[in-house]
Structures are given as C-alpha cells and as structure tokens.
Design a protein around this ligand. Sequence first.
Ligand SMILES: [Ca+2]
Ligand SMILES: [Ca+2]
Length: 403
Amino acid sequence: MKNKIHFLLSVCIAVAVLTGCSSDDSSSGPDTFGYDIHIEYPESYGGGVVANASVVLKNLSTNIETSMTTDEDGVAAFTEIAPGNYSVTVSRTLSATEAEVLTGIGAEVFLNATLSQLQILADGATTIQLEGSAVGDWVIKEFYYSGAPDSYYFYDGFIEIYNNSTDVQYADGLLFGTTKSASSSSTSFYGFITEGYEDAFLAYVMQIPGNGTDYPVEPGASVVIAIDGIDHKDDPNGNANSPVNLGPDVADFEVYFYANPNTPDTDSPDVPNVEIIYSYSTTVFDYLPGVFGSGLVIFRHDNPGELERLTEPGSTSSREFVRVPKAYVVDALDAVANSSVTPELKRLPTNLDAGMNTVGGSYTGTSLRRKVKQEIGGRKVLLDTNNSATDFEVNNSPSPKGW
Ligand SMILES: [Ca+2]
Ligand SMILES: [Ca+2]
C-alpha cells in the first residue's frame, strides 16, 4: 500500500507541475488506507493461520460493511478503507473433517471473534485469534479400583476426569457414580441389564462442589477424586503396597463418607470433599466402587436428588439404584472383574459403553487408563469411541495427574 501512496503522490506532483495540485481539490476525496487482518486458530488448536475465514469490517459512523475472506496465509487484506472507527467480526465453520485434524475430535465447530473497535487512521495490520465453542467434553481418563497388591487395601482408589476439549471447562457440579459392583461370578447378572434397560443405574452418586466457576480446568488437564485424599504409600493410615500418592498435591477432591454416623472414614483437611448425593447403603463406611470394578458414569443433571430410584429387577433386596437416562451421561466405562466376563454380565448398557474392560483381577495395583489418541499443541487428546475395550488399556503404575 505504501507503494500505491507513493505512486499517487508522484502522480500528484507530476500533475501539479502541469496544472497545480491543490489540497482543496474536491475530486480527490479523503485519503484511504490499506489494512491487513491476520486470523489465527485458538491456542488449544495449536495456533496457525486460518484460511477461508469471513472477515467483516464495519464503519461505526456510516454502518457500511466491507467483507473479505482470508487467503491461504490467513490474511484479509482490505484496501481503500476510509479513516475512522470500525468493528471487526470474524467467523469460520470447521467441517467435522477439518476439526478432526485441528482438534482431534471430529465434530462440526463454529469459530468466531469480534473486535468491538478498531481505529484505522493509517495503513496497518492486526492479528485476531478465533475462539470456539468447546469441541470435545469431559472423559474418564483413569479408574483405579482394584486395590493395592498383596493386601486387602482399597482406600487408595481414584477416579480421574479429564478435560478432553479445546476450552476451559468448569468441574463445578459435575456428577459421577458407579453401578452395583462387578463380580467374578459367571452368574452375577445386573437385573437392569437383563431386563433391557438402556439407562445407567447407580449405587452411588456424588457431585463436585462449586458455584459454576470455582474449579476451572484447562484443556488437557484433569480432576482427581480420591476415595481417601492421602499419600497412601507413606501415610500411617495408608498401605505400603499402594502405588499411589493421593495427597493434597494430587487429589482435587476426596469422598468423605459421612453418611454412616459410625464411619471410620477420615476427612483430609487439605483435600475438599465431594458432595454425596446418594448411597445405596447407609451402613458402608466409605465409597466402595468395588475391587472387581463397576460401571463408572460421569453426568450432568440440575436436580440429581430428584432422579428416579429403582430396586434391581429380579432381586429381593430393597436397595435402590439411581436411574440416569442416557441424555445426561457425559462418559461411561464398564470395568468388569476379568477377561472371561461375558457381555450379559455387563453393568452398563451397550449404548453407554459398547464394550467393557478389566485390569484382570482384584488387588493387582493396576488401573484402567484411556489411551492417548494424538497430541495437538502439546495437549493430549484422548481416544473416545464409546467402547472401553478399544479406548482403555491396563496401566501397571496408576498415574493420577500423570502418564
Ligand atoms: Ca473416604
Ligand atoms: Ca477432606
């Protein structure tokens, strides 16, 4: 653009020699400028230039809009812009295929950005970074339930929930729970599955506290919920065989099981407690997902205490289970007792987890951990096909907040 101005000035000087070139020549109009607007992808997409983004420049005095599409270098090079104040609106829709490459998650996504005021009084350039609706969601990263090896110690269990999306997510209010425990018995059916129910039925429901924005979690970061928030390897109340430290540096929350007035459960002062919405028994002394595993579900619901509760079909027990319809379920993992368990013995319907997985036995000191699908800009995107047989693998060294 500078070249163009130089050219115009040269023309004016050349014309001035012949006819005079006065500043009040009304036919020349006001000066106009060139302005380059560079568009970039969000940080969590690994950055980079955005081709084919729509950029609308609107003059705030005249309301006249000028639109352009970014070129392959991610630039909308506006020319002949009158001096003044402008707003800039940028939008770009990614197809599922494009999003798969950029975010690791194949779903259509709408990216946009707005600059409410941009003053243009000279040639110039600016860079605008797009923001997107979150692509992806919370997923279960790790479930350690089997108990410490060569022990009967299982208070070192934990659940790790991972922000597998492109944006900050708030853990506030996130609900989780487990079904009736899995079993190594070949006849241990779960009546709800046998009867063909397609919802989750949970023995425990717990909720992460918070007012909506108390617990922000970055993309690629996670929340660890411990049965007991202590360093199980070293704590006198722990067990030397335990593979995990779930002290305040690692565990974000713990389950302090106050439901039982005679509870021997301890409340680690530096690890906040989750809220217990429901327990199928008031005589248990802590949260017990089961050393053989269970169906683990994370979900959202505005009134979890109002969810329907049913007794297990075919059972004489009066214990009730909380029904969580599929629409509320964010992620689910059916952890079963061992590799010989057949699909009829699942704890979760196949529409929530098409398969199942196992660490192979109890008191193994091993966990189930979701596989890493790819890394984008340093962020691990975890594999999520809604089939735990594919998505999870046995982790011989349970790794809360790590890999
Ligand atoms: Ca506890
Ligand atoms: Ca505590």
